[in-house]
Design a protein around this ligand. Structure first.
Ligand code: HEC
Length: 192
């Protein structure tokens, strides 16, 4: 087994069993999702929200869990493997994970740009939900959600902000500084 693969396994075990050890307070600051969720549920129609009740609560929990998993990987991969801008970025890898999850019928997720000058135009917001979510992020929100039909099914659409949480991000996003908003992850979770 190569050293890199051994390291990756070790990181996964650390994340699974010792989640509090995996990043410094500085790195974790914007990834504390429960805090984000309390801050704002802007965009959600309240009456629809209570009608959906438990199913909506479970869908929100799924978003929180997925968001923690994806972002922990992004931070760990960047911290452990990135030492120059030519390596495969965590963003590209994470997009492959999104594709694989969606192909297997799990959730849908997209990486979005909030800077107006994305590395990859594929990351530009595509529909009204994504554009509204990015506007909310730019105005300082870190969470945005809406219940909508996706492919004919009631779904929770939620977006969480992605900031340059560590110096490693700046290798490749050099016009930004630690703490700046870079984008968002947008999720679509079926609620029935
Ligand atoms: C090794 C270079 C590299 C590093 C380090 C890096 N990125 Fe990126 N980032 C990229 C590339 C390349 C893309 C486009 C990926 C794609 O869509 O295939 C990207 C895309 C993004 C996007 C989507 C918007 C866009 O510009 O397309 C966000 C948000 C993002 N990165 C956040 C981060 C964060 C947060 C970190 C630090 C934890 C980070 N990046 C570290 C290279 C990097």
């Amino acid at each position: 087994m190569s050293e890199k693969i051994k390291k990756l396994f070790a990181s996964i075990i650390i994340v699974l069993f010792f989640p509090n050890l995996t990043a410094t307070a500085d790195e974790r600051s914007d990834y504390d999702f429960p805090e984000q969720q309390r801050q704002s549920t802007r965009g959600l129609d309240d009456s629809y929200g209570s009608f959906m009740g438990d199913k909506l609560t479970r869908a929100r929990e799924k978003v929180r869990m997925l968001d923690d998993v994806y972002k922990t990987f992004i931070v760990l991969i960047t911290a452990e493997y990135v030492d120059d801008p030519s390596v495969l970025p965590a963003a590209t890898l994470t997009k492959r994970v999104f594709e694989s999850m969606s192909r297997k019928g799990w959730n849908k997720a997209r990486l979005l740009d909030a800077t107006g000058t994305p590395f990859n135009p594929d990351n530009n917001p595509r529909d009204k939900f994504e554009r509204d979510a990015i506007k909310a992020m730019i105005s300082g929100e870190s969470y945005f959600e809406k219940v909508e039909k996706v492919d004919g099914k009631d779904s929770l659409r939620a977006a969480t902000s992605v900031r340059a949480v560590m110096k490693g991000c700046i290798y490749c996003h050099p016009d930004k500084k630690v703490g700046d908003l870079l984008g968002a992850i947008s999720y679509s979770i079926r609620i029935n």
